[in-house]
Design a protein around this ligand. Structure first.
Ligand code: ATP
Ligand code: MG
Length: 418
């Protein structure tokens, strides 16, 4: 038997309803903030991610699903959403349209990682990107959207923010960081040794115990901010305070890409154990230019839906879903089955899920099936019912019956609903 690939999941009926509920809540919240959906290809040129995610990132260094297609082009299954959105914004000329431009996506992403709870090789993300606003009001608005999504899902999360400076103050910070890690160079992991000269900020992100121990005492970005970056962070705090959103300034949060600047943030959930970052985001004012577009600031976040689902489960926040049919029409004989099909279609015009026997089973087997589906009412059609135009509607919960006219669908609907 062929089995699913390691690190992938099947979402089956019963659970897919929960996913739809979660996704609808998220989309409704995004709509309140004026966001429109953008749908993009699942694969892009590998070059896009090398430049858009960064050569020194874990994603590009070891996690990409890349392959050569028949034309010998290097293709990559999207490991994240931002690079593709920026590519599309540039390619479709959206960069010269009305600003700010707020976009969202619901996608699956692919990363070759060691699968564990909350970490899979195909995983789902909800992400937003907003272009064209540099003001801290934009940062606050984007963070507030993330905050509201968790609130609307009934999840308790905490918010950690930081600023990683800009092209003016970052080089000074980089040097301080480089000098600090240089002194413990011999203990760093191989990946971080490589990062030391290329992008020391990345070392702060390393998950190896030794590197993260050293990272604890490393120089902090906020101590190196230039006056403009400091002002930006201070104003963001004012906006968050006004929104009543609590936050903690955490100097350990970094997004180690050159074109990430100023605001970076994470939402943390206590409900998912050690893999507690449920949503991460930041400002990437240099990315559009890096990918060949105009100078256009941007800020966004990506929320890991697989982790949101874990949090919903462990915090017991998943509602009950009623997928049972309103009515099951059992039938005996071909004419009765044909009539039951016709009736089922008429019920759909009233917005009701009504099912009928499509198998040609015995009446006993049909009733057993009706029970299994949890149908709320049942009705049996045979030759005599067809002739008389009448049948018995049965309430499956309490066994009560009432005679109905099989050609008066509205009346049956009334009787089921009252
Ligand atoms: P981590 O440090 O946990 O590897 P990351 O920094 O690689 O996360 P991002 O690239 O910021 O993650 O992606 C945003 C969000 O997507 C994460 O906060 C997380 O919730 C989710 N995510 C990332 N990788 C995975 C994965 N392999 N499986 C499930 N969810 C993931
Ligand atoms: Mg990762």
């Amino acid at each position: 038997m062929i089995q699913k690939q390691r690190g992938t999941i099947d979402i089956l009926p019963g659970e897919s309803e929960v996913w739809q509920w979660m996704e609808n809540k998220i989309k409704e919240t995004a709509a309140l903030y004026g966001y429109s959906e953008i749908r993009l290809p699942t694969f892009e040129s590998s070059e896009l991610y090398k430049r858009g995610v960064g050569e020194t990132s874990d994603v590009v260094q070891k996690e990409m699903y890349s392959f050569e297609d028949n034309d010998r082009r290097s293709i990559t299954l999207r490991p994240e959403g931002t690079a593709g959105v920026v590519r599309s914004v540039i390619e479709n000329g959206l960069a010269s349209g009305a600003m700010p431009l707020p976009l969202y996506y619901l996608i699956s992403c692919f990363r070759y990682e060691k699968p564990e709870a909350g970490r899979s090789r195909e995983f789902y993300q909800f992400g937003v990107e907003q272009f064209g606003a540099e003001n801290p009001a934009a940062d606050a608005n984007v963070i507030s959207l993330g905050y509201d999504i968790f609130k609307n899902l009934g999840l308790d999360v905490s918010l950690e923010i930081n600023s990683i400076g800009c092209r003016h103050c970052r080089p000074i910070y980089h040097k301080a960081l480089h000098d600090y890690f240089e002194s413990c160079k011999d203990d760093l992991c191989e990946t971080c040794l490589d990062r030391l000269d290329k992008n020391p900020l990345r070392i702060l992100d390393c998950k190896s115990p030794v590197c993260s121990e050293y990272a604890k005492n490393a120089p902090k970005t906020i101590d190196y901010l230039c006056p403009d970056c400091k002002k930006h962070l201070d104003e963001l705090k004012v906006y968050l305070d006004r929104a009543g959103i609590k936050y903690n300034v955490n100097p350990k949060i970094v997004r180690g890409l050159d074109y990430y600047q100023r605001t970076v943030f994470e939402f943390i959930s206590e409900d998912i154990g050690s893999k507690s970052t449920i949503c991460g985001g930041g400002r990437y004012d240099g990315l559009v230019e890096e990918l060949g577009g105009p100078r256009l600031p941007g800020i966004g976040f990506a929320m890991g839906l697989t982790r949101v689902m874990l949090a919903l489960k462990s915090a017991n926040k998943i509602p009950e879903f009623d997928t049972a049919p309103a009515l099951y029409i059992a039938s005996m004989g071909d004419s009765a089955r044909l009539k039951s099909f016709e009736m089922s279609l008429a019920f759909k015009k009233h917005g009701l899920n009504v099912t009928f026997d499509q198998v040609g089973r015995s009446l006993k087997a049909q009733m057993k099936y009706a029970d299994k589906t949890g149908a709320k009412f049942s009705l049996v059609l045979g030759d005599s019912e067809l002739e008389a135009g009448k049948a018995t509607l049965k309430n499956m919960a309490n066994g009560e019956t009432v005679e109905v006219d099989i050609n008066d669908i509205s009346d049956i609907v009334d009787k089921m609903q009252n």
